[in-house]
Design a protein around this ligand. Structure first.
Ligand SMILES: [Ca+2]
Length: 106
């Protein structure tokens, strides 16, 4: 599998694992996911109040839980914020466009 395919598979697996067989992530499942899996990419992941606020922002159907669709919305936001970063980094005059790859140790 390519790295890209692996990445997509990982996104899905993280959700399924966190949901533990349920259709949605409950508040605690979501808190755990953010805290354990997204702490390098997001701020305040150990702040329960901040994470709860974010959950409410993602919660389209307002059921207090995070569906797969709502989780993908968050992934989309994170991808956009990363691409903004990449764009601004590449905008700087430089002979090399090498970027350090962060490998996440599980
Ligand atoms: Ca929801």
């Amino acid at each position: 599998m390519s790295k890209t395919e692996d990445a997509i598979k990982t996104l899905v697996e993280v959700y399924l694992k966190s949901a533990k067989g349920k259709e949605n992530l409950g508040p605690k499942d979501f808190q755990k996911l953010v805290e354990k899996k997204l702490h390098n990419i997001m701020m305040d992941t150990d702040n329960a109040t901040a994470v709860a606020e974010m959950r409410k922002g993602l919660d389209d159907n307002q059921d207090g839980k995070v569906s797969f669709q709502e989780y993908m919305t968050l992934m989309g936001y994170l991808a956009i914020s990363l691409s903004d970063h990449v764009t601004s980094t590449m905008g700087a005059p430089s002979t090399e466009q090498k970027q350090d790859k962060k490998e996440e140790a599980e």
